[in-house]
Unconditional design. Structure first.
Length: 400
């Protein structure tokens, strides 16, 4: 039996956050049913062709049904489903934009555990369910910057090259994934609590809070009176270094690391300059130190530098692009990616859960992402005992 093999999860999402939380729980073995509105479906689907990679990745291991929550019969259907599930994963932006039930009195998400005492309701929203911003809309871009991280990006080598560049965002839905990870963690904590109390609860997940949690170090430094900026963040020497065929990260922060790096470089004469004698001296002359380091790195290949770094105390790490990361012998041996054949999109390599268990309960092999409403008849029949004629009747009334 898988770790969460007896847990049933209903996901109502339109954003990355709740969808990623559902993916994580499915990876632990939970039965995750994704509820979408017909005919539009999840906004990351492509209605005119094979679903794009983002949808395929976020929805592996799930089953899919449709329901129109803006229709009274659709909401009634949801209420009939909820006693069958342990967890309801919902993002309020998805409810508003994809299902048309923004702040609806007919669907008070935060009060559902009062009606269904064993239900764990995990709701993600841009700024949480309380506070003066609780009703504000927010996108990946605005949430990322509301967490403060964008103001600190473009540091180090990038700041040297583009000192006047404004704050930048990180690609790849970072805020959505961090919020989804936070939501999945909250769901697991609430399920453990239910084991002791017998009752579910409402778990309020703020995307801004989740993003702020990534920035604990600059936040703590701010409390100490230090405001980090792109000019001050990063390392006074070391950091990202161009090399012959890419980039490496070099961090000789401690004295023994610096001495090892100097030895790797063949003890060049410039390193004996009294201006670079101590860590504080090197920090004061960081630009000069980096000029020397870059001259040495520029003639050597990335993997060569990484290999010699493994023989020393000085951290030297290669920068890989996605293809290179997937092709490393280490990733292949650990099975970091698995091949999944999707009936419409075809075969592809998907990241697996990033851990292995030594006592069994290996994260399950994931099923391909489902088609829109692929399991509607099956789920409503098995969970609610509905006949095909009843399901067709709901469709004809616009409730599915």
């Amino acid at each position: 039996m898988t770790m969460l093999g007896d847990v049933q999860v209903l996901e109502v999402s339109g954003q990355v956050s709740a969808a990623f939380a559902g993916k994580l729980l499915a990876g632990f073995g939970a039965e995750v049913v994704k509820l979408e509105r017909y005919p539009a479906g999840d906004p990351t689907r492509d209605p005119d062709g094979p679903d794009p990679a983002l949808f395929l990745f976020l929805n592996t291991g799930k089953r899919a049904v449709t329901a129109n929550l803006a229709h009274p019969d659709g909401r009634e259907l949801l209420y009939r489903l909820l006693p069958c599930f342990d967890v309801l994963l919902v993002d309020t932006t998805g409810l508003a934009e994809e299902h048309g039930v923004e702040h609806s009195p007919e669907l008070p998400v935060e009060r559902l555990p009062e009606q269904f005492p064993r239900l764990v309701v995990v709701a993600t929203s841009p700024f949480g369910a309380t506070g003066p911003y609780h009703g504000f809309a927010g996108s990946e871009h605005t949430i990322f910057h509301a967490g403060g991280e964008g103001y600190l990006l473009g540091a180090g080598l990038l700041h040297e090259q583009f000192p006047d560049r404004p704050p930048v965002g990180a690609g790849g839905h970072l805020a959505g994934y961090q919020t989804g990870l936070t939501a999945a963690t909250g769901a697991l904590a609430a399920l453990l609590d239910r084991d002791h109390t017998g009752r579910g609860q409402f778990v309020d997940v703020s995307a801004q809070d989740a993003q702020l949690s990534l920035n604990h170090l600059p936040v703590m430094r701010f409390f100490d009176g230090v405001l980090e900026t792109t000019a001050s963040r990063g390392f006074t020497f070391g950091g990202v270094m161009p090399c012959a065929d890419g980039y490496v990260e070099v961090l000789p922060l401690e004295e023994h690391q610096w001495q090892d790096l100097v030895g790797l470089m063949g003890n060049p004469q410039w390193a004996a300059d009294e201006r670079f004698a101590t860590g504080r001296d090197r920090a004061r002359h960081g630009r000069e130190v980096n000029q020397h380091l870059r001259e040495w790195m520029r003639t050597r290949k990335r993997d060569q530098l990484a290999a010699i770094g493994q023989t020393s105390a000085c951290p030297i790490a290669p920068y890989y692009d996605v293809d290179e990361a997937m092709a490393t012998p280490h990733a292949r041996e650990r099975g970091s990616f698995q091949r999944i054949d999707h009936p419409r999109a075809g075969p592809g390599s998907y990241p697996r859960m990033p851990f292995r268990l030594g006592t069994g309960g290996e994260p399950i092999d994931e099923r391909p992402a489902p088609g829109l409403g692929e399991h509607t008849t099956e789920i409503y029949g098995s969970y609610l005992g509905m006949s095909a004629a009843e399901i067709d009747g709901l469709r004809s009334r616009g409730a599915l």
